[in-house]
Write a protein that binds this ligand. Structure first.
Ligand code: ATP
Ligand code: MG
Length: 266
């Protein structure tokens, strides 16, 4: 089967007035259609930079990103992004925010107005917010806002979902609920997902594949063959889970000291 996303020899640097900072070097990664990939790495290693190139906000300085075999050079309707800070339109209600996503897909897929409005309700319902449809973002909790952001991204009906630490500001119990929700919806809608996190447990619960990054580079790619649905309480103590957990801890923490040195040096 051809890959959905191919990242080939990707290089990116941030060019300032006086200095240039190489943020990503020699990144290579192949992702299958419908695969859920978690990118795990410590702060500053280049995760958001990688996502920003995938969604087209930044452009690779060299190397290529292929989607469905074609080189992609900018933003596109085949990718929807969910950011950490919710990034809803504050002047729009829940319904209007999701409608914004649905309008983009409706143009492409030639839905009638009725079909489009039905989809808006379906997506709001799928994230459990039917009762808050007419509320504005400031009237919602962080978790609710993030659910709206997920519904809006789903309403775009893009094949690829890109999520940048979407639950890092959410309390642990609600975070579990949202993890389950994203896992379930991405499978139901056959999305190819790239989900950035620095949380090892989150990555194990969600991922078909975990990409561990170290500063600027991919350090390791692990295929995760634990069956779904994954329930943390049932996994803890299982030999395969514990082995994977230990491996990820050692891969992850090996580089933390480098980053702390970097912070102190700055
Ligand atoms: N606009 C920018 N200009 C210059 N350097 C930048 C810029 N944005 C990010 N960087 C640098 O690039 C490196 C990677 O940043 P990036 O935001 O991709 O890290 P990250 O892995 O997403 O970190 P975090 O987990 O903290 O979000 C960091 O060293 C950062 O300081
Ligand atoms: Mg980041």
């Amino acid at each position: 089967m051809p890959y959905k996303i191919e990242i080939k020899n990707l290089y990116f640097d941030y060019v300032g007035k006086k200095t240039t900072f190489g943020a990503l070097e020699d990144i290579n990664l192949d992702i299958k259609e419908g695969e859920f990939v978690c990118v795990l790495g410590s702060s500053g290693c280049g995760k958001s930079t990688l996502l920003s190139i995938l969604n087209g906000l930044n452009k690779a300085k060299s190397g290529q990103i292929l989607i469905d075999g074609k080189e992609t050079l900018g933003p596109g309707v085949n990718r929807a992004t969910v950011f950490q800070n919710y990034s809803l339109f504050p002047w729009k209600t829940v319904k209007q925010n999701v409608l914004f996503g649905a309008k983009q897909s409706a143009k492409r897929k030639e839905y009638t107005k009725e079909e489009r409005n039905k989809k808006v309700i379906e997506y709001i319902s799928s994230v459990g917010l039917l009762n808050s449809m007419d509320k504005y973002p400031f009237e919602l909790s962080g978790g609710m806002q993030q659910r709206v952001a997920i519904a809006r991204a789903l309403a775009l009906e893009a094949d690829i979902l890109l999520l940048d630490e979407p639950f890092s500001a959410i309390d642990p119990r609600l975070r579990l609920e949202l993890q389950e929700l994203v896992s379930k919806l991405s499978k139901e809608h056959n999305k190819t997902v790239i989900f950035i996190t620095h949380d090892i447990d989150e990555a194990i619960l969600l991922a078909d594949k975990i990409v561990v990054m170290e500063p600027k580079h991919i350090k390791s790619v692990l295929d995760i063959d634990l069956s779904y649905p994954r329930v943390r309480e049932k996994l803890v103590g299982r030999e395969d889970y514990e082995r994977l957990h230990r491996k990820l801890i050692s891969l992850f923490y090996e580089n933390i000291e480098d980053n702390i040195d970097l912070e102190v040096a700055l």
